[in-house]
Design a protein around this ligand. Structure first.
Ligand code: PEP
Ligand code: MG
Length: 932
């Protein structure tokens, strides 16, 4: 019989930490904690397979599930020594929580205190000798169950939450401000009123039967897998929708049974900075949700738990270290102290910023806890870009005094306009993607996710370092200041008040997630510590601890990676910066970018009517280009430099406004009508598929000749200075070998002439961009002449998918929302389609020229998933913009490490695929070369 339910607790645990796919992260880690003897309230996990079944069978459960759940409930009762629904002794209450493979903090539903009804609440009151506690649990339970299971949560901003409305009325009537000031009789009345509200809204009585309540909770958690915010979160984080969630049903323990009780969340190292030491929030006499929801202002564990509860602190800090050493990673722990007894409710690898990820991983290697491979493998490659982001500081902050200070929950510097409502923030961003937004909220909840996503920074007046705002913004890499108590927020008036100063929606503020400071107005930023060391040289490495960690990580990455990393750079400054960030060469210089500074000379060439006139107009351009190339060659100091010949349609360079045409005509001494006529002639209905790329060089060979001459003259000039040069001349948009040969001939003739005249020969290559499907499928032919291929995946995506790279913005958001595309194909390579074309080109290219040099220079060269794909299909290098180089280096190392691991795993399983025998375990004796 299929097993759908796995028990955990001190009397027997079925699962362990390796079973995340089946038990979800929470379930697998609860099992692991119970297995290593930590105090975990007993419970059971319903597997993710049930979730899949649930959605595949019209929200029905497998028939075997009911009996397995009943059996598991009985096991909890036995271990905890309490009965579910007990009317005589202390009743067992349970919680019902989600738990996906990857944690999705706050995105799905939870129900606490299941098992309470009018009879069990009385026993709870008697046994706990705390009537208020019992009725507060009951009140919370009815409210939570109503919201989550009975779907009474308000759907829009203007909907009224019936429970909140009743609660407010009750407080008003009782003359109190806080929920905690309500007396047992108020809570009793509230429960009655809440139940009446349930009846009114749903037409049904609130369920009294504890088992019916459990099934309600289970259904709600599975149902929440498909709620809007969970789907948005999965899309943002690349979590497949078909993974499903597990459900964890667990005995309740209480942090709200008086002053010897507490509940909290803690990290074993700081999730914002990575610095070692427990940090976190706790509340005395409270239930877990209060801490993360930011409803009451929590206390800092590192500041006061030791003083408030010395024995529990000691036990807790020991357990926290056991967990970190066991998992060898920063742990994010939820715990409850019930009458001084510590209970562990959850542990998981902590969400962290890029800063914390790098710092903690490097520290852990230096502490001997993990290996460099493990450090590399665990850092999301994209996150290292956070370390290069600008910060406030230097002159930017001169004369500025912070207007408020909160908790520095997400490092980074952000300046933007205040928005209070997430949906308005999202709408503003959709109107203008460059809009800079600071989302200002009292606290954030998972519903705010869409607004947080588009904000540059987040500011909350409530909630600590473990609040939802802190957690999520850290993961998104957004600057976040939370718990900034000195700001008053009025959503209705759309104002934020600090002292006497009132800020309105749209006003500019700045938040510093490193220090927790908030500033009025826009604050200019300065470069990150790493760029101050590497680019500006204004900071010495020894004074820059973050730089040291970064550098350590990069040097490990370089040790493991097999892929080369190059940069896309168009001038000496970019080239130097790229070398500082690890570039081993240039993978793409777009020569047209060099014309922008000499646009009128270039326009004169375009307007020339005869070959002679064009050649004359090309002369000054040759001089400029040669100077530019010399600068790049000097900066690259002998590293290979791939220079692409002119690519864009000429129409992009001519003036389109009548006024500008008139000015140009005057400068060139020709009639304006002539300029206008040429502009008209150059116009194309679909310029991206028009007269561009090698088609320009074929129709105007003198342009190719000029560029090849400039490259070769620059090379010999620089070589005469004693600097080595390795130009790689690249022909764009080739689809046919005849196009390639046409251009190659011009290039080689120009090179031969230059070298002969100079008496110096540069070691140069001629190759092509592979960016249209025909080039891929005829790559064997093209490789007869081409010495290298560089995949131009921007155009290959455009032409392969038939989607205009300039026009896809109008539908891509919807495509992603509807899961038509898993990701933006212009950012992350479409591996099946475009990747398939690349594989064909690699195979065919190598079949003709086994040592053909293969690279990528489209935007995908800096995208981690795409870099890993490039490693897999055997490219020699990836090329990306300078600031993406650390991402590429790390992703390339990750690809190499995971390939090695895959091979080792396969060998261990006897599936190394050497094909020499049925069971590869005998590999040592054969000659398959797999070194089994
Ligand atoms: C490409 O098409 O991927 C490429 C690098 O060239 P461009 O973006 O200049 O067309
Ligand atoms: Mg291109």
């Amino acid at each position: 019989m299929a097993k759908y339910v796995y028990n955990f607790g001190k009397d027997g645990t079925d699962g362990d930490a390796t079973m995340k796919n089946l038990l979800g992260g929470k379930g697998a880690n609860l099992a692991e904690m119970a297995k290593i003897g930590l105090p975990v309230p007993s419970g059971f996990t319903i597997t993710t397979e049930v979730c899949t079944y649930f959605y595949e069978h019209g929200q029905q459960y497998p028939p075997e599930l009911e009996a397995q759940v009943n059996e598991a409930m009985a096991a909890i009762e036995k271990t905890m020594g309490k009965k579910f629904g007990d009317h005589k002794d202390m009743p067992l209450l349970v919680s019902c929580r989600s738990g996906a493979r990857e944690s999705m903090p706050g995105m799905m539903d939870t129900v606490l205190n299941i098992g309470l009804n009018d009879r069990t609440v009385e026993v709870l009151a008697k046994e706990s000798q705390d009537e208020r506690f019992a009725w507060d649990c009951y009140r919370r339970f009815v409210q939570m169950y109503g919201d989550v299971v009975l779907d009474m949560k308000p759907k829009t901003k203007t909907d009224i939450d019936p429970f909140e409305e009743l609660l407010e009325k009750k407080k008003e009537k009782a003359g109190v401000k806080e929920d905690s000031e309500l007396k047992p009789e108020h809570l009793k009345e509230l429960v009655k009123e809440f139940k009446a509200a349930v009846k009114k809204q749903t037409g049904k009585d609130f369920p009294d039967d504890p088992m019916e309540q459990v099934w309600g909770g289970i259904g709600a958690v599975f149902g929440s897998w498909m709620n809007d915010r969970a789907m948005v979160y999965r899309r943002m984080n690349g979590i497949p929708h078909d993974w499903g969630t597990a459900v964890n049903v667990q005995a309740m323990v209480f942090g709200n049974m008086g002053e010897t009780c507490a509940t909290g969340v803690a990290l074993t190292r700081n999730g914002a900075t990575g610095v070692k030491g427990i940090t976190g929030d706790y509340l005395i006499n409270a239930q877990g949700e209060d801490v993360v929801a930011g409803i009451r202002m929590p206390k800092r564990i590192e500041e006061s738990l030791k003083k408030d509860m010395p024995t529990s602190w000691e036990e807790f800090s020991k357990v926290a270290m056991i967990l970190e050493n066991h998992y060898k990673d920063i742990q994010d722990i939820e715990f409850t102290i019930e009458k001084q007894k510590l209970w562990m409710l959850q542990t998981r690898n902590a969400k962290r910023t890029g800063f914390a990820a790098v710092r903690a991983a490097v520290d852990m290697v230096n502490e001997g806890l993990i290996t460099p491979e493990m450090a590399i493998a665990r850092i999301p490659a994209n996150d290292v870009t956070q370390l290069l982001q600008p910060v406030f500081g230097g002159t930017g902050l001169k004369g500025k005094t912070p207007i408020a200070k909160g908790i520095n929950a997400g490092p980074g510097a952000a300046t933007g306009q205040i928005y209070f409502q997430p949906d308005e923030a999202e709408a503003a961003w959709q109107k203008d993607n460059a809009a800079r937004i600071i989302l200002v909220r009292r606290e954030t909840t998972p519903e705010d996710l869409r607004g947080m996503k588009v904000a540059s920074g987040i500011l909350t007046s409530f909630g600590g370092a473990a609040s939802h705002a802190a957690l999520v913004s850290r993961q998104m890499g957004k600057a976040c200041v939370c718990g900034c108590e000195s700001i008053g927020i009025d959503y209705k008036a759309e104002t934020m008040t600090v002292g006497k100063k009132v800020f309105k929606k749209g006003d500019w503020i700045s938040v510093d997630g490193f220090t927790g400071n908030v500033y009025e107005g826009e604050v200019p930023t300065s470069p990150s510590e790493i760029l101050q060391v590497l680019f500006e040289k204004s900071l010495k490495p020894k004074d820059a601890p973050l730089y040291q960690c970064f550098q350590q990580l990069m040097s490990w990455s370089d040790r493991f990676r097999k892929l080369g990393v190059r940069t896309n750079a168009d001038n000496p400054k970019e080239s130097e910066q790229a070398i500082a960030l690890g570039a081993e060469g240039i993978g793409l210089t777009r020569t047209e970018h060099m014309f922008f500074d000499r646009i009128d000379d270039f326009r004169a060439m375009i307007l020339a009517e005869t070959v002679e006139a064009r050649e004359k107009a090309l002369k000054p351009l040759l001089k400029y280009q040669q100077e530019d190339f010399e600068g790049i060659f000097r900066a690259m100091k002998g590293r290979p430099v791939t220079i692409r010949l002119l690519d864009p349609p000429l129409h992009e360079f001519v003036p389109h406004e009548s006024k500008d045409q008139e000015e140009l005509a005057k400068k060139l001494g020709i009639p304006k009508a002539k300029v206008a006529q040429r502009v008209h002639e150059l116009a194309e209905a679909n310029p991206m598929l028009g007269h561009r790329g090698c088609r320009l060089g074929i129709v105007y060979p003198e342009i190719t000749r000029m560029q090849a001459t400039a490259i070769c003259q620059a090379a010999v000039h620089v070589m005469k200075e004693g600097i080595d040069c390795h130009p790689e001349i690249m022909i764009p948009l080739v689809g046919n070998i005849t196009e390639y040969r046409n251009q190659e001939k011009i290039i080689r003739e120009a090179a031969t002439k230059v070298f002969k005249d100079a008496g110096v020969t540069a070691d140069y290559l001629v190759g092509t961009m592979i960016e249209i499907p025909r080039a891929c499928v005829t790559a064997d032919k093209i490789a007869e002449s081409a010495e290298f291929f560089s995949f131009g995946t921007n155009d290959l995506t455009q032409t392969g998918l038939g989607i205009s790279r300039d026009d896809y913005g109008s539908f891509i958001n919807q495509y992603q929302e509807m899961d038509v595309f898993p990701a933006d194909p212009f950012q992350t390579l479409d591996q099946d389609g475009v990747g398939g074309l690349m594989k064909i080109a690699v195979e065919k290219g190598k079949s003709t020229r086994s040592d053909i040099k293969l690279g990528i220079c489209g935007e995908h060269g800096g995208d981690p998933a795409s870099v890993k794909f490039c490693h897999k299909i055997g490219l020699n290098y990836v090329s990306c913009s300078p600031l993406r180089l650390p991402v590429a280096r790390l992703a390339a190392a990750q690809a190499a490490i995971s390939e090695k691991k895959e091979k080792t795993d396969k060998k261990a399983e006897g599936k190394c695929g050497c094909g020499c025998c049925k069971d590869c375990k005998c590999c040592p004796c054969c000659k398959c070369g797999c070194k089994g």
